[in-house]
Design a protein around this ligand. Structure first.
Ligand code: G3H
Ligand code: 13P
Ligand code: ZN
Length: 325
């Protein structure tokens, strides 16, 4: 049976984005697949009083089960209320990299308050048509929609992109007009995963393209995917405790801070969370080979994840303190 996000206590992204663009900060979009990730995200965002976009990928949906996920999101709102002494921070439940209209529709019917339709691999005209179709269904349910123009290098769910195709600023105005989307993901040199730049290359994103896009669609909400910073202290812990991550490089926090001050109002982070959990778990396994109670390694992993997100909200995205603007 279809359910509205409003019945789950969730909000769409419309007002949150307007406030973030005006306030010069970005809302964290953190991916989750399991209970510990969800707990860490809710704890960190409540503690820092940050608005939150909870992201679910197609892979997460099949990993965790779509019905369970829906109740987990509903539970997250109740948990946030409990931690917030009766008042929950605003929480958006968002489909990350929706591959087609059917998946977006199914998520909307399952209580998502926001969806991304990732038509970045399509031609411009096909991308416009598919995105518009999703927008029509979503808006009829008061759900907000993120579209994408340009292609990120790396691996995106089922989409494998070998090289960046930067967003062309001259296309954004027409795309926004033709589709009616609420926000736009752009490709300016970020990419998914922990290996974003070749060793020895200049690890810079194209803020000049971002600023050019902003000029074309002033005040329109922009989204950055692939924005993990790949903290080297986490890579070191992983490698010192049996891991093998060579040449893992992310986006510098200073560049993300600068982007967050612009019309970038949603920043996607998944890989850093994976690194934080893996580092904590590897360390427990290395230091305490006698442990086999999952709470003894998932607990530290959850703590590490929470700390990582607290730091992001305060020092990188600037979203801390903006939950009730
Ligand atoms: O953009 C990709 C996100 O990090 C989700 O990754 O498809 O492995 O769940 P996933
Ligand atoms: P990272 O792999 O850089 O964390 O990006 C995540 C993302 O863009 C999810 O859509
Ligand atoms: Zn992404």
């Amino acid at each position: 049976m279809a359910v509205s996000f409003k019945d789950l206590g969730l909000v769409n992204s419309k007002e949150l984005f307007a406030k973030a663009v005006k306030g010069g900060y970005a809302i964290p979009a953190y991916n989750f697949n399991d209970m510990e990730q969800l707990q860490a995200i809710i704890m960190a965002c409540t503690e820092t009083q940050s608005p939150l976009i909870l992201q679910v990928s197609k892979g997460a949906r099949s990993y965790a089960n779509q019905t369970l996920l829906r109740y987990m999101a509903q539970g997250a709102v109740e948990y946030a209320k409990e931690l917030g002494k009766g008042k929950s921070i605003p929480i958006v439940l968002h489909l990350d990299h929706g591959p087609d209209f059917e998946t977006c529709k199914s998520c909307i019917d399952y209580g998502f308050s926001s969806v991304m339709i990732d038509g970045s691999h399509l031609s411009f005209d096909e991308n416009c048509a598919e995105t518009k179709k999703v927008v029509e269904y979503a808006h009829a349910h008061d759900v907000t929609v993120e579209g994408e123009l340009g292609v990120l290098a790396g691996v995106e769910d089922d989409v494998h992109a070998a090289e960046h195709v930067y967003t062309q600023p001259e296309e954004v105005e027409e795309f926004v007009k033709r589709t009616g989307v609420d926000s736009l993901a752009i490709a300016i040199g970020t990419s998914h995963g922990a290996f974003k730049f070749k060793p020895g290359s200049d690890p810079k994103i194209r803020l000049d393209i971002l600023h050019e896009i902003e000029k074309r669609i002033p005040g329109f909400p922009i989204v950055l995917h692939g924005s993990s910073s790949v903290p080297q202290e986490l890579v070191k812990i992983i490698n010192e405790n049996g891991g093998n991550l060579k040449d893992a490089i992310g986006i510098g926090e200073d560049q993300l801070r600068e982007a967050a001050k612009s019309a970038v109002c949603k920043i996607n982070i998944d890989s850093d969370g994976r690194l934080a959990m893996t580092a904590a778990i590897r360390k427990v396994f290395h230091d305490h080979p006698e442990e086999f109670d999952p709470r003894k390694y998932l607990g530290p992993a959850r703590d590490a994840l929470k700390q990582l997100y607290v730091n992001k909200n305060i020092n990188v995205l600037g979203s801390a303190g903006h939950a009730f603007d």
